[in-house]
Design a protein around this ligand. Structure first.
Ligand code: PLP
Length: 441
């Protein structure tokens, strides 16, 4: 590889360091940034949290998708992480985009993407947004109830509609079926209403819940979708497209999910039936692509009171306070049921990024110390890790890092207590194919 490192938003720095693994590229970007901060004299905020994003990882995920789900065209769910360079790469790779609001639609149209590559996949939409998308020719949208059909008939009768059906999402991290999705016994009425209103229903969509763990949820949802395709014929609709939603994880479960989904598609929507298949993956594309580095802004030493009574020599434990927490980029702990794993990036002068392993750092070594990790706000729930062990005595100014921080993190950060919700992203790109598409030579 040539190593290309974007510094901050639009700048990029071109390192020619010969062959490097993706991990080495990420490590080098982290090191470059933290070693250039003078903790004694820096300006307020210079030691702020920052991300390193490997766009090569997004590219690899796309290739993995094409290999495993060749019939399914991905429409990336922008809400998951609307990072401009990620969107630019996906646009070059030819994906579509699933948008939930006017701002997301504007961001995608602003990149010059054709409106036919957007689906407004929010079954309960804002009136003024529906009027707006009608002027921008964004036709594809979802619905799951009769009131929404009335809205669309009034505001955008030419829209191309996907009937979103309910799924069994009981095995998913984030469940949606309490809020969205038409039960199967209501779909006939909805199709009849759409027909009466003269609307253009073109397909069926579903979402098995974000972070799905049961591949059979896809099997059942595809079978239900087939039922709706057949019923739609009775109302004069010749549906053209099935949208299998999101829910795919980036870990090894993806191949198994894909296998089950493919066999469901082959059974209920075989290639010769001519139905287009699309999906709305979010976390699958970005979760592993982003690493975050956070600075230790304060430390509290916790002495064990029993030790002073017994006179035993017991190591203290520590509470460390970072400059990011659950109101910031660790919002994924609250909203996305995640458990980010803290690792030591820099302790004193020692740079400790682990280039080899994706798993936890060896914590149980002799003499390791117990830490709890907290966020910077004045709220007690701002708590990242209850208990972890490091083989180092960490102090103010040292750095921790967390991997797999790309999905549902920065997009749901707040400015609570006056902390920033917009942190720098340093881009690296560990795939030559992606560098070519992005014009990084
Ligand atoms: N599509 C819709 C309609 C969603 O609501 C979501 C997530 O909220 C997604 C796609 C993306 O889901 P995931 O990140 O699990 O792939």
């Amino acid at each position: 590889f040539n190593n290309h490192v974007f510094l901050k938003k639009n700048l990029f720095l071109d390192h020619q360091h010969g062959e490097q693994t993706p991990k080495q590229m990420i490590g080098e970007a982290l090191r470059h940034r933290v070693e250039n901060i003078d903790h004694e004299f820096c300006e307020p905020g210079d030691e702020d949290t920052f991300f390193v994003a490997d766009l090569g990882e997004v590219y690899r995920q796309h290739m993995r998708w094409k290999l495993n789900l060749p019939r399914v065209r991905p429409f990336y769910a922008v809400k998951c992480n609307p990072d401009p360079q990620v969107l630019r790469l996906l646009s070059e790779l030819g994906t579509g985009f699933d948008c939930a609001s006017k701002a997301e639609i504007d961001q995608i149209l602003g990149m010059g993407v054709d409106p036919s590559r957007i689906i407004y996949a929010q079954p309960c939409k804002t009136n003024s947004y529906v009027r707006y998308v009608s002027t921008r020719n964004v036709r594809q949208m979802t619905f799951d109830n009769a009131d929404e059909l009335q809205k669309i008939a009034k505001l955008y009768p030419d829209a191309e509609l996907f009937l979103r059906i309910i799924t069994d999402d009981s095995a998913s991290l984030c469940r949606f079926s309490l809020k969205f999705g038409a039960p199967l016994d209501t779909t006939d009425n909805l199709l009849a209403t759409a027909r009466e209103l003269g609307l253009n229903v073109v397909g069926v969509s579903f979402h098995v819940g974000s972070g799905a763990s049961d591949p059979l949820a896809f099997m059942k949802a595809v079978r239900d979708a087939r039922y709706v395709f057949q019923r739609a014929e009775a109302y004069g609709y010749d549906l053209t497209t099935l949208d299998v939603g999101g829910g795919f994880c980036a870990d090894a479960s993806f191949e198994r999910m894909a296998e089950v989904l493919n066999s469901a598609l082959d059974e209920y929507f075989p290639p010769h039936c001519g139905v287009n298949i699309m999906a709305e993956p979010g976390r699958y594309y970005v979760s592993n692509a982003f690493t975050i580095a956070c600075n230790i802004i304060a430390r509290r030493t916790v002495d064990d009171p029993s030790a002073s009574i017994s006179g035993d020599l017991v190591d203290p434990s520590y509470m460390v306070y970072l400059n990011d927490g659950v109101y910031g980029n660790f919002s994924s702990i609250m909203f996305d049921h995640q458990h980010p794993v803290a690792k030591v990036l820099r302790c004193g002068d020692k740079f400790l990024f682990d280039h080899e392993s994706a798993g936890p750092q060896p914590a149980e070594q002799e003499g390791s110390l117990e830490y709890s990790v907290w966020g910077p706000t004045c709220d007690g729930i701002d708590h990242i890790t209850e208990s972890t062990r490091f083989g180092h005595v960490l102090d103010v100014g040292d750095w921790l890092y967390f991997e797999e921080m790309g999905a549902y993190t920065k997009c749901s950060a707040t400015r609570f207590n006056g902390f920033s919700d917009n942190h720098d992203v340093i881009y690296v790109c560990s795939e030559a194919g992606a560098r070519l598409l992005l014009g990084m030579h």
